[in-house]
Design a protein around this ligand. Sequence first.
Ligand SMILES: [Zn+2]
Ligand SMILES: [Zn+2]
Length: 258
Amino acid sequence: MNVPLFSFCDALKLDDMHAWTETILDALLPRHCILCGLGSGSRNICPPCSEELPHVEQPCSGCGLPITSTDSSHCERCINYPFPWDSAITALPYAFPVDQLVRRFKFSRSLAAGQVLAERLTRAVVASGKQLPDAIIPVPLHRSRLVSRTFNQSEILARYAAGALQIPLYPTALRRTRKTRAHSGLDAVSRRVNINAAFTFALPAKKREKLQHAALVDDVLTTGATLAECTGVLKSAGIQRISVWVVARAPAPGNQAV
Ligand SMILES: [Zn+2]
Ligand SMILES: [Zn+2]
């Protein structure tokens, strides 16, 4: 499978000096696998650990959960109560050790974990064979959370995919205008209420006119409340087709895909 190479330094918007430092350090200090600690050459994960990451044999095209039927590309939930987006690509199940990688990237700022996840997402997009979008839009953080976390993990994932796939990135097309509670610990209904009317859309008319199909990028899909709210805002703005690209698919609280 051909995934174009793209520097994670670019995704992080590191300057030339940082990029050169990383290149030199790579040459001098071969990396160690972030999962098993063994030497992994110029990569952040060794081939055996990469091979052993969990995967879903037959993911639902609407939500990424495993499906058992061979007659449909969608799970029963998505057939009966489809999400508002048009299709979903979820790279990995949110299971050990993917959950650890996501947390290390998001909360401990592990760039090595971020790079592994960004590569897997890009690889899943290429492997899907689905039509690529006109532009990529990350799920935004509220300004106050961005200040405390210092970076938006979804934007870094989106920036990496945009660079590797040569697709325009619109990092500020969506804005989170209302501060919301963290979703961990909330059930599906509380998440929907919490995220309601939290986003606005803003894009110059020239770019907007050419945008018929956008990919919405986030790190984890659980109940889908945030991605559904963002999709609604983008569709209200006239974007006809929304593809959701997510690194990890977690079962909703109570193990129900709601
Ligand atoms: Zn390893
Ligand atoms: Zn589904």
